[in-house]
Design a binder for this molecule. Structure first.
Ligand code: GDP
Ligand code: MG
Length: 594
């Protein structure tokens, strides 16, 4: 295929605005998939993605249309994966900005479009769901112009559901998006914008070739790792077929198979070049994905420690952004401190550990990484609150901050401002995009966001607000460690780091939540929150009045057995701390407080 007939484009959209449906329609229209092969939502391939209706991994597909090759590069639609989004955009010359005609521009869309604009991509506004009676494409077009500052008068109006406007959109892709440039004679330069583990092929990567070409049997160099590999196979991405090829040329995208066991050898953002005739510099800067959120992960059954380590190692083969190291807790025993890109990533990993590897876990509340300057001048980083040194040894504590962008209907602004103040946010911007919609910008500690911030934001705004954040570095904080005791036993896994001036209130709320979550025992259980030696709050879980099985004695034995089985099941997700069984939810109580 001639280089001038290639079009590489990404799709940027807020969750539920119809990205997957549109991608499916484009594939179907260009004959990429026959009716028989059709499966709902072709591009969302992981189970968890399908269940939650979100795209985590960027998927790609090579389409043919009117003598052109159209390479569709899907982008993940969640804040946790913005590094991957940036590499997908870097690999494209154009982007479809898909906006729901009944909704409008949302925060995550904004962040991604700004990134596309910075990368000089040709942006085609696509207003979707125009089949719906409440669609208001004109208002949405105005909002696109207002917020992004691009001309939306030539937006393409489509219905990904019914197929209206799909042909017009394909023509616009061919006409408006420039062909890739790049020198076919230069040493090869291929940017890895996605990688994953395939059970048959091993770790494989998806690349965009910027110069030269990647050929079958070629000896290549991965520039970031410095390792050399042989190209065993090449194919063009497609949801169903494996379209093999001998060469991926300048401007094209394709999957490279090198017989690797570990995706860490082919990380997103790295560049592949020729081993003997390498490019002078990589296609793009390469940074290793950085963990933002950490949690202790412990097997409920202590015999499963080795299984948990094996499972984490296997997951890491597939997802190089997971980090872990062994950790010991007095309360929970042997486990791991695991690092994640963000909250959704954490949920996905926890779910995969349980579902794919069958290991039952206790997870501690997520934490960020603090930088601590000690009185003796030494500095340390901690991502486990229980490791914070005693107050007399601490000079200063620094915590990570983010810039949060929130888009909300006007009517919720008052509530949101109050909520964000409580979360220690400082307002840096408030813009009316229209009389009804407001953009808020806040600088806020990341620690306030790794709780159930997102859920609360959604509840406060009846689901209408959208939210995005980016790191802006560390700032000093007046922070203290709060410890929790259950029945007199300190439970290190429940320690949290809190702002000093909110410590008492949060401590009281925390143990109130825990009181509801810890089941009654045969004896009274005290729950206490303390800072240093000072108890700041206490609650008591009352003792059970009598044995729940007592009334079955001498009577219905099968009923008694059922009751005991039921209790056993309920206990599964609990961890015995001293004499008390603490359920998983109690370890996450801190997420429930304001
Ligand atoms: P994504 O999260 O951006 O990938 O969105 P999906 O493609 O999963 O679509 C979200 C929901 O909107 C699904 O229920 C779709 O069936 C629906 N949807 C997508 N496009 C259209 C459209 O053009 N018209 C209507 N009425 N519904 C649509
Ligand atoms: Mg989707």
């Amino acid at each position: 295929m001639q280089q001038d007939k290639i079009r590489n484009f990404s799709i940027i959209a807020h969750i539920d605005h119809g990205k997957s449906t549109l991608a499916d329609r484009l594939i179907e229209f260009t004959g990429g998939v026959s009716e028989r092969e059709k499966e709902d939502q072709l591009l969302d391939s992981m189970d968890i993605e399908k269940e939650r209706g979100i795209t985590i991994k960027a998927q790609s597909v090579r389409l043919e249309y009117k003598g052109h090759i159209l390479n569709l590069i899907d982008t993940p639609g969640h804040v946790d994966f913005s590094y991957e989004v940036s590499k997908s955009l870097k690999s494209s010359e154009g982007a479809l900005l898909v906006v729901d005609a009944t909704q409008g521009v949302e925060a995550q869309t904004l962040a991604n479009v700004y990134m596309a604009v910075e990368n000089d991509l040709e942006i085609i506004p696509v207003i979707n769901k125009i089949d719906l009676p409440s669609a208001d494409p004109e208002r949405v077009a105005e909002e696109i112009e207002q917020t992004i500052g691009i001309d939306a008068s030539d937006a393409i109006l489509v219905s990904a559901k019914t197929g209206i406007g799909i042909e017009e959109l394909l023509d616009a892709i061919v006409e408006r998006i420039p062909a890739p440039d790049g020198d076919p004679e230069a040493p090869p330069k291929a940017l890895i914008y996605d990688s994953w583990f395939d059970n048959y092929l091993g770790a494989v990567c998806l690349v965009r070739v910027f110069d030269g070409s990647i050929k079958k049997n070629q000896e290549v160099l991965v520039m970031g790792t410095g390792k050399k590999h042989k190209v065993l196979d090449l194919y063009y991405p497609h949801p169903i077929k494996k379209l093999k090829t001998d060469e991926i040329k300048t401007g094209e995208i394709g999957v490279v198979v090198m017989g690797l066991k570990n995706v860490a050898d082919i990380r997103v953002g790295d560049t592949i070049t020729d081993a003997k005739n390498p490019a002078n510099e990589p296609a793009d800067e390469f940074e290793e994905a950085k963990s933002f959120v950490f949690a202790g992960i412990y097997p409920i059954d202590t015999d499963k420690y080795d299984d948990l380590r094996d499972a984490l190692e296997k997951l890491q083969l597939n997802d190089a952004s997971i980090t872990f190291e062994p950790e010991t807790s007095q309360a929970l025993g042997f486990g791991f401190r695991v690092g994640f890109l963000g909250m959704l990533h954490m949920e996905v990993v926890k779910e995969r550990l349980e579902r794919e590897f069958g290991i039952e876990l206790i997870a501690t509340a997520p934490s960020v990484t603090y930088k601590v300057k000690l009185t003796d001048g030494e500095e340390m980083e901690i991502s486990n609150p229980s490791e914070l040194p005693p107050p007399n040894k601490i000079d200063k504590i620094y915590e990570p901050y983010v810039k949060a962008t929130i888009l909300t209907p006007n009517e919720f602004v008052g509530n949101l401002i109050q909520f964000l103040n409580e979360k220690r946010g400082v307002q840096t911007k408030m813009d009316y995009l229209s009389p009804e919609r407001v953009l808020l910008e806040y600088e806020i500690p990341l620690n306030e966001i790794v709780t159930d911030f997102y859920d609360k934001l959604k509840t406060l705004t009846k689901g209408y607000a959208s939210f995005d954040y980016e790191p802006i570095g560390y700032r000093e904080g007046d922070l203290v460690k709060m410890d929790i005791r259950v029945a007199g036993e300190p439970v290190d896994a429940l320690s949290v780091i809190v702002p000093r001036d909110k410590a008492e209130r949060r401590g009281r709320e925390l143990i109130k939540v825990m009181k509801e979550l810890i089941p009654r025992q045969l004896f009274e259980v005290a729950i206490q929150a303390s800072i240093g030696n000072k108890i700041i709050a206490r609650e008591t879980v009352k003792a059970l009045r009598k044995d729940v099985t007592a009334k079955c004695y001498g009577g219905d034995i099968s009923r008694k057995r059922k009751l005991l089985e039921k209790q056993k099941k309920g206990k599964k997700r609990m961890k015995a701390i001293g004499k008390v069984n603490i359920p998983q939810e109690a370890f996450l109580s801190v997420l429930k407080i304001d």
